[in-house]
Design a protein around this ligand. Structure first.
Ligand code: CP3
Length: 353
């Protein structure tokens, strides 16, 4: 990876070494949604607050739930405990989480509604998140890297326009097709807010950043260039200009063969692979350019046993020749037995049979 500039970040941390393009043995490991409802200690803290967003906006509790999986398993990285939907919430589009149904927002579907959003409130609203990052940086063990994150603009916009989770993304894609300029204004607003939000996270102590484009897989080739790659490239350029050397991981979930173009064009340091990405193809096509992260199927972690161990070993074999970060292909499923995570870590770290 000689064409990549050396990172000024702390290279004693395995995650940061791997993100700088160096193979690390054993590879650093963390899991998407490593903090969450599969852990009894998370459920205990969660029961103390009425709403999920209250947890995200209470630094003391957000720090506690971020640290829980670090204490229990000794992961190589902690990911800030928050949610991608704090950005629309901060822009003046209030988000509620309805138990068992997911997020709910009053939809934004026109240029007038975009104009009513309030980007000026962003930092004031998100101040508790920055405080959480500052405290985490003080409290984490020295070898554990702190990852900040945001949703990618396309994925955040799906929730803003649909008003919650969606099956077919008809309204948001329809708006982009019918009025690319109007929808583009929403994407631009979210892109700019995301840049400001991520820069503040780095200034508060985040050492690497991940952008979650969870719904990138529903886009056509043309839309993918416009709504997934282009905003991502703008975010990467702007954040790196203001925070030189901070490594950025992109996660265009479900992008299939478009992963190749994403890696080529988005300017990222690492790419997170969903579980459908073939390992050999990733090793040959993506890993010569960026660090690859992934991609054990969360269902294998849920069911555990030999299939999980075989799956994990195959990832280590296929991707272990180059820079990699071990992770899942998506978040931990809430029914996952916590013991399975301990067994997985033994495999990754070379002490599991
Ligand atoms: O440990 C971590 O990974 C850090 C915390 C984190 C959460 N959400 C906590 C959370 C992160 C990185 C996210 C990202 C996120 N949030 C994404 C992108 C990744 C992905 O899963 O595709 C998306 C799409 C969201 C939006 C979101 N947040 C939805 C749709 C839901 C409801 C569905 C559900 O699982 O309940 C959430 C809620 C949420 N975010 C929970 C957690 C722990 C569960 C809420 C609770 O505890 O009550």
């Amino acid at each position: 990876m000689s064409e990549r500039s050396p990172s000024p970040t702390d290279t004693t941390k395995p995650l940061l070494r791997a993100l700088a393009g160096r193979p690390v043995q054993p590879p650093p490991v963390w899991l998407m949604r490593q903090a969450g409802r599969y852990l009894p200690e998370y459920r205990e803290v969660r029961s103390r607050v009425s709403g999920f967003l209250e947890l995200c906006y209470t630094p003391e509790l957000a720090v506690e739930v971020t640290l829980q999986p670090i204490r229990r398993y000794g992961f190589d990285a902690a990911i800030l405990f928050s949610d991608i939907l704090v950005v629309p919430d901060a822009l003046g589009q209030p988000v509620r989480f309805v138990e068992g149904e997911g997020p709910r927002l009053e939809p934004v579907r026109s240029a007038e509604e975009v104009a009513r959003l309030e980007p000026d409130r962003l930092h004031e609203h998100l101040a508790p998140v920055y405080e959480t990052v500052r405290r985490l940086r003080r409290e984490l063990p020295p070898e554990v890297a702190l990852i900040g994150f945001a949703g990618a603009p396309w994925t955040v916009a799906t929730y803003m326009v649909e008003g919650g989770s969606s099956r077919d993304f008809a309204r948001v894609r329809g708006w982009g097709v019918a009025e690319p300029v109007g929808f583009g204004a929403l994407i631009r607003l979210v892109t700019e807010a995301t840049i400001e939000y991520l820069v503040k996270q780095v200034e508060a102590g985040a050492e690497a950043l991940q952008l979650f484009d969870s719904w990138a897989g529903v886009l056509s080739e043309d839309e993918f260039g416009r709504w997934a790659i282009e905003p991502m490239r703008q975010i990467v350029d702007a954040v790196k200009a203001r925070c030189p050397g901070v490594p950025i991981i992109g996660f265009p979930r479900g992008a299939g063969v478009m992963y190749a173009r994403y890696v080529e064009e988005a300017g990222i340091d690492a790419v997170s692979l969903d579980s459908s990405v073939p390992l050999r193809w990733a090793a040959e096509t993506l890993q010569p350019r960026v660090t690859v992260q992934g991609n054990l199927d969360p269902l294998l972690l849920l069911s555990g046993g030999e299939p999980m161990k075989r799956g994990a070993r195959r990832i280590l074999e296929e991707l272990g020749g180059g820079p990699m970060v071990f992770n899942l292909g998506h978040g931990v499923i809430k029914e996952t037995p916590p013991e399975h995570v301990a067994e997985l870590l033994e495999i990754v770290r070379g002490s599991g049979g």
